[in-house]
Design a protein around this ligand. Structure first.
Ligand SMILES: [Zn+2]
Ligand SMILES: [Zn+2]
Length: 404
């Protein structure tokens, strides 16, 4: 039937009714169709000249439910530039199946853009959100796919989506670690600081992970003994993930010199003026930069720490070695040389020398920001697999244009 219509010169790129079908084109509809012939139909449309990167009109609110609720409140009040969704977006929200993979392969083979952004989502991030592992693999195999694309709408980038507590039920812990590693391996730029949250602050993926952790107040702020067994498991895994991502962040950024040097556009594009220097600073141990007070190690002038605990832990695990090597101003007096002999005195020295470099860097603690936001608006509780979480998302409506 599709072939017959196309032979009779049906317009393959016509737009449907804007109200009922949000101005989609036939290829969009084909990609959302769950019929077994979907790949053949899509191939036929493409052969007859369907635009593989056609966007639906930008006035729809698709994927809004995947936006951080605090950011969504702001978006509602301001004018935000929007893009529509492409056939590849729709294909990536399909259920996990061989047809889905074949369809995505077909679209990518016809130069579909895997980095197209629609309301804070790319095809890759949609595959992550829906926990479609084979699809994520397929997309990452393509050279053009870039996980470091900045998504906007408070979503950070693909790595942030992988770290978000919203989608933790889509990936078990070990799969999530594998996903994070694959994203970093595909493009280490995915670790570059991004903007997120209602204040649009510039932070690392570690900051995003902490932000998400504290957003679920039930798990993050209740005393451990009051949590159920299931909640304790979630709490422990989230803590483990925070430690893991902080370690990986540090490992990767220290590999590449100057990796975190910020471009002027990155600094300018915000209401925040906390970055006076060009170098993005973070705590060497826990990896955070937002909501903490960073103190630079005076000895080497290179690594910052957010607290005495982080300094002590960092010192004992890695900084005692690198600080000795990278100290810019070695002390030459005999007394100082004696001091250098033992690590314990070095640590004391480092503790003593830690300074507060810039008072402008001070921000209210994240918990305080969150408390204020909670006062402004109480977010309704939602239950997730029987667990009462104080903040969660629901998005259960992948596009389905099957008419059966
Ligand atoms: Zn720290
Ligand atoms: Zn140092």
């Amino acid at each position: 039937m599709v072939e017959l219509l196309l032979k009779k010169r049906a317009n393959v790129n016509c737009r449907l009714d804007s109200v009922r079908h949000s101005s989609l084109m036939p290829l969009h509809i084909a990609c959302g169709c769950l019929a077994p012939t979907v790949v053949d139909i899509a191939r036929l449309l493409l052969e007859y000249g369907a635009d593989v990167n056609a966007e639906s009109l930008a006035n729809n609110k698709e994927y809004y439910s995947l936006i951080d609720p605090l950011v969504l409140d702001l978006i509602k009040t301001i004018e935000v530039p929007q893009n529509g969704r492409t056939p590849l977006h729709i294909a990536c929200t399909r259920p996990r199946s061989e047809d889905t993979l074949n369809l995505v392969r077909l679209l990518l083979g016809h130069q579909a853009n895997p980095n197209a952004i629609c309301n804070g989502q790319t095809p890759l991030t949609l595959a992550i959100v829906f926990g479609n592992e084979p699809l994520v693999d397929l997309l990452l195999q393509y050279d053009q796919t870039d996980p470091s694309v900045v998504l906007g709408f408070g979503n950070g980038n693909a790595l942030c989506m992988a770290l978000s507590t919203f989608y933790e039920t889509s990936w078990n812990y070990s799969k999530r670690i594998q996903l994070i590693e694959r994203l970093i391996a595909k493009n280490p730029q995915v670790l570059y600081p991004v903007r997120f949250g209602p204040k649009n602050l510039l932070g690392s993926c570690v900051d995003y992970a902490y932000y998400m952790f504290f957003a679920d107040t039930r798990i993050a702020q209740s005393p451990y003994h009051s949590l159920t067994n299931q909640e304790r498991t979630i709490f422990n895994q989230r803590k483990e993930l925070l430690t893991y991502i902080a370690k990986r962040f540090r490992e990767e950024v220290t590999k590449h010199d100057g990796f975190l040097r910020l471009s002027p556009s990155t600094i300018d594009g915000s209401s925040s003026t906390r970055f006076n220097s060009q170098e993005f600073r973070y705590c060497g141990t826990c990896g955070r930069s937002i909501g903490v007070r960073l103190n630079i190690c005076r000895r080497c002038q290179k690594v910052s720490f957010c607290s005495k605990t982080c300094l002590e832990n960092g010192w004992n695990t890695f900084h005692r070695y690198e600080c000795k090597q990278s100290a810019q101003r070695p002390q030459t007096t005999a007394k100082a040389k004696n001091l250098m002999n033992t690590d314990n005195t070095l640590l004391k020295d480092a503790l003593k020398n830690v300074t507060r470099p810039n008072e402008n860097n001070r921000l209210p603690p994240l918990s305080k920001i969150l408390r204020q936001n909670r006062l402004k608006k109480r977010i309704k509780s939602a239950s997730l697999e029987g667990i009462e979480l104080s903040w969660n998302y629901t998005y259960n409506a992948p596009e389905n244009y099957s008419f059966n």
